[in-house]
Design a protein around this ligand. Structure first.
Ligand code: NAD
Length: 462
């Protein structure tokens, strides 16, 4: 939980409201110095053998495993993320860095079949200085993926973690930097203005941003002036379409998991649900029962941990969507009330009676809310799911092969999940579409984003 004063950013525990600490945001001068150090380190790092770079990243990942519990506790204290989830995030971060350490040295170009006497090559090269600007909702894993991929491909990095978890961000990044030559990984603290100074800096060659659509837009504009390559993994408004032929109780479990995991603060959380009328009643009843199992910590047996939201500012945003929907006629089946007491808690909420015009239908809520619109059938649900400018991900629950096939073909999103809100094979990477961003932020393809390709045509002297 954060409040920004004139000079310092204060971080408060979102469960208790207690002060965790303060950080001083980096100003344009500090950003300039950090970028300058990264630029000085750039050529040396780019010329370091790929296997040596990878070895250092692998060593850093090992050290990260060693402090995973400490970082998970800090994650909980700064953002409210339940400890076990945070621990999973840190271990995933270490795993991702290890994967990039394997993939970096074998990321290669190709030779071309030109004239017999000439040599033609396509060679990947590091882009240069990468600005890595990250959010708070899965802070270590997201930062580790981008930083790991940037480093193994020979870029130097200036990292700005989220102002909502600056102590966690700095602890992680300083640990990784301690394995690297000076200037290869720089860290700047701060909020939007610091991020803006970094993403608009003339000596930054790549800006990788994971976060909100609004910030992504500002970054796109700033980078248009500098020519930096832009990689944006931004917010979504993911639909879940529930067909008439599925078990409504199982569908409700899926809907609850998609809506409530990490307090609904996952980029691919279920944001809007279209349920076929034939099973809507048992589905809504089961969903309200599911909501009752997602409770505040400490969680008891049979209950699933729901932490507080990241801060009260965000809770106002979430409740604003719910209250506006209710004012416009939505029905509350569970939750929907701001609890008394300390912190930024918000209950697992179920709404029905959504309309396409409501803000909660059109925009990302990013909270533990399952908003349901009852539709005539799968076809209507799919049509409404498609009619949205976001393009991150979508899920359909159906026993019909035809409906599943139509859905994955027609949904204009990067990831389509059929019969499971989460999951997927390792290495799966998608490009977000529409307002949700641009470029591969994950998987082996991220290494392509981190590099630029040079073609070499080499003829013999005549
Ligand atoms: P945010 O955009 O507010 O903040 C993310 C980072 O951007 C922070 O470090 C912040 O300081 C910085 N920032 C803010 N304004 C900036 C500006 N004008 N210029 C440069 N940097 C700026 O987002 P958030 O609230 O931290 O994160 C939540 C959002 O992130 C949600 O919308 C969520 O869907 C999205 N997200 C997307 C993915 C994905 O892979 N698509 C993953 C995680 C989170």
């Amino acid at each position: 939980m954060t409040t920004t004063t004139d000079t310092d950013i204060e971080v408060h525990d979102p469960a208790t409201g207690e002060l965790v600490g303060r950080v001083r945001p980096a100003d344009a001068g500090d950003v300039d110095e950090a970028v300058g150090r990264a630029r000085v380190a750039r050529d040396g790092w780019a010329r370091t053998p790929a296997a040596d770079r990878a070895g250092l990243v692998r060593d850093a990942a090992g050290a990260l495993r060693g402090v995973a519990e400490e970082l998970a506790r800090l994650n909980e204290t700064e953002t409210g993320r339940p400890y076990d989830d945070g621990l999973g995030g840190v271990l995933a971060a270490a795993g991702t860095m290890e994967q990039y350490a394997e993939l970096g040295p074998v990321h290669r170009g190709r030779s071309l079949l030109g004239s017999w006497s000439a040599t033609d090559l396509m060679v990947p090269e590091p882009r240069g200085v990468a600005a890595v600007i990250t959010p708070w909702n899965d802070p270590v894993a997201v930062a580790a993926g981008l930083i790991g991929a940037a480093l193994v491909t020979g870029n130097t990095v200036v990292h700005k973690p989220s102002e909502r978890c600056p102590h966690l961000g700095r602890r992680f990044a300083e640990l990784v930097a301690s394995f690297l030559p000076e200037g290869v990984l720089e860290i700047v603290d701060g909020a939007g203005p610091t991020g803006a100074a970094l993403s608009g800096h003339a000596d930054v060659d790549l800006v990788a941003h994971v976060g909100s659509i609004a910030a992504g837009r500002a970054i796109r504009q700033a980078a248009a002036g500098t020519g930096a390559h832009v990689l944006l993994e931004n917010g979504g408004n993911d639909p879940l379409v529930v067909d008439a032929d599925v078990d409504p109780r199982w569908a409700a479990e899926q809907a609850a998991l998609g809506s409530y995991a990490n307090g609904g603060q996952v980029c691919v959380s279920v944001e809007r649900i279209y349920c076929a009328a034939a099973i809507a009643e048992p589905f809504l009843d089961a969903l309200a029962e599911e909501a009752a199992r997602w409770v505040y910590r400490p969680s008891a047996a049979g209950e699933k941990a729901l932490g507080p939201l990241v801060d009260r500012r965000h809770r106002e945003h979430v409740h604003g969507h719910v209250a506006a929907a209710v004012a416009d006629g939505a029905t509350v089946h569970a939750g929907g009330v701001v609890p008394d007491g300390d912190g930024a808690f918000y209950p697992a909420t179920v709404l029905s009676g959504l309309t396409p015009a409501m803000t909660i239908t059109r925009e990302e809520t990013f909270g533990p809310v399952a908003p349901v619109r009852v539709v005539e059938d799968f076809a209507q649900g799919l049509a409404e799911a498609i009619d949205d400018p976001h393009g991150l991900a979508a899920t359909v629950l159906t026993g019909s092969m035809n409906n599943a096939q139509q859905a994955w073909r027609e949904l204009p999103v990067g990831s389509v999940k059929i019969n499971g809100v989460f999951g997927g094979a390792p290495g799966g990477a998608a490009q977000p579409r529409g307002t949700s961003g641009t470029g591969f932020g994950y998987g082996p393809e991220l290494l392509d984003e981190m590099t630029t390709t040079k073609v070499v045509h080499w003829s013999p002297l005549p």
